[in-house]
Write a protein that binds this ligand. Structure first.
Ligand code: AMP
Length: 112
């Protein structure tokens, strides 16, 4: 049986989150443990574990479109980073695909 992950519960409004953007395809909310002044998670409403489970088209476009729109809304279009951790080795801890939008401070490259 599939047990709902924490992001599915946020999507279903079963647990609260600071939602800053939502449309039919994605929801975006502030990360509970931010690593920068702006740290938003962009989450497709359809459950998939991670980047390796993307459909051929659809949600990837919705995630990127939402990222650009949120950056605009937050006034950081001139400097932000999108990160998708894929797999435990890369630091993925929630196995529901999500992109981190990070901004509001200088962002080093390469990332750690
Ligand atoms: P990742 O490590 O890439 O899987 O990212 C998971 C992110 O989800 C982490 O940055 C957590 O701080 C964040 N997170 C976990 N639970 C919540 C929650 N209930 N509300 C907001 N962010 C959360």
């Amino acid at each position: 049986m599939y047990l709902m992950d924490i992001f599915c519960k946020i999507i279903n409004k079963e647990i609260p989150a600071e939602i800053i953007y939502e449309n039919n395809h994605v929801i975006a909310f502030n990360d509970i443990n931010p690593v920068a002044p702006i740290h938003v998670l962009i989450v497709p409403k359809t459950h998939m574990e991670g980047l390796n489970n993307l459909p051929e088209e659809g949600d990837q476009q919705h995630i990127l479109n939402a990222a650009a729109e949120i950056a605009k809304q937050l006034g950081v279009s001139d400097g932000y980073r999108l990160v998708i951790n894929c797999g435990e080795k890369a630091g993925q801890t929630v196995f529901h695909l999500h992109a981190h939008l990070i901004a509001g401070r200088d962002l080093a490259w390469p990332p750690g």
